[in-house]
Design a protein around this ligand. Structure first.
Ligand SMILES: NC(=O)c1ccc[n+]([C@@H]2O[C@H](COP(=O)([O-])OP(=O)(O)OC[C@H]3O[C@@H](n4cnc5c(N)ncnc54)[C@H](OP(=O)(O)O)[C@@H]3O)[C@@H](O)[C@H]2O)c1
Length: 253
């Protein structure tokens, strides 16, 4: 199936590793031009060089999405450099952590505000596209209780509500908005590799909750995101697509 992404311009946040990096790779493989960011300049440059060596049309910038002004400036300059924006994937998260007021602010500013600011800053470009698509990265932690009360889980839930409401608001302008909720995703250098070392009991119990007995990979999430971002998913908007290999147990009608 041709997803129809060839020649489209995409912006992805947080993409020097893990799920974000795999999303950039999937979009490049479909022929899109991609701009992405992360905080580490060295890692951004190394990632750009790797993708360019494979023939990808890609640019990267070092920015902390928590800094609203710098982040908005990066989004606008990236859209200008790409010649527009058809696809936006806000992927950065401040991650989980036991509850504290500090974590609530961090997860609000990073997970929620960077997503909202990005959607607002890029909306005119997405409307101009005629086939604009936003894919917001949430988590299964938003839809089922997990581990402990955490700002991360509640803020990820708010993103699903935001995606649904925004989809209603901008649908007339030809922009689709969806959320993707991955279950546990394992990759080298990722959170689950760290948990495997620091809390093997929790790691094993999580693994046992997945019917096939294996974690997902960033590439498996990226394929779902690429589909939703593409004109091939023209009928899908306001959805929260769970990509969790059966990790969640709830029945949702
Ligand atoms: N991994 C999982 O099991 C899992 C499961 C469900 C949902 N998710 C969601 O999937 C998304 C990606 O997760 P991941 O595990 O792939 O993440 P990750 O390994 O933590 O990678 C995050 C990427 O974002 C960049 N980044 C982090 N903070 C940033 C900031 N403030 N500003 C700009 N860039 C920043 C990092 O580079 P720098 O450090 O250089 O900035 C890195 O490139 C997140 O929204 C996460 O909540 C993950």
């Amino acid at each position: 199936m041709d997803l129809g992404l060839r020649g489209k311009k995409a912006i992805v946040t947080g993409a020097t590793k893990g799920i974000g990096r795999a999303i950039v790779e999937a979009l490049l493989a479909e022929g899109a031009a991609v701009g992405f960011c992360a905080r580490s300049e060295d890692e951004v440059q190394a990632t750009v060089a790797e993708f360019q060596a494979k023939g990808g049309e890609v640019i990267g910038g070092a920015v902390n999405v928590r800094d609203g002004d710098a982040y908005r400036a990066w989004l606008e300059s990236t859209a200008q450099a790409l010649g527009g924006c058809d696809v936006f994937v806000p992927n950065v998260s401040a991650g989980g952590g036991m509850d504290s007021e500090k974590n609530w602010w961090k997860n609000f500013e990073v997970d929620v505000l960077h997503t909202v600011r990005g959607c607002e800053a890029l909306m005119e470009h997405l409307k101009k596209s005629g086939q604009g698509a936003i894919v917001i990265i949430s988590s299964t932690n938003a839809i089922e209780t997990f581990a402990a009360p955490m700002a991360y889980n509640a803020m990820k839930a708010s993103l699903i509500t935001y995606a649904k409401q925004l989809s209603q608001f901008v649908g007339k302008a030809g922009v689709r908005v969806n959320a993707v909720s991955p279950g546990p995703i394992y990759f080298e250098g990722g959170a689950w590799e760290m948990i495997k070392g620091t809390n093997p009991k929790f790691y094993e119990s999580t693994l046992r909750a997945i019917p096939s007995g294996r974690f997902g990979t960033p590439e498996e999430v990226a394929r779902v995101v690429a589909f939703l971002a593409s004109p091939a998913a023209s009928l899908v908007t306001g959805a929260n697509v769970v990509a969790d290999n059966g990790f969640t147990k709830g029945v949702r009608y």
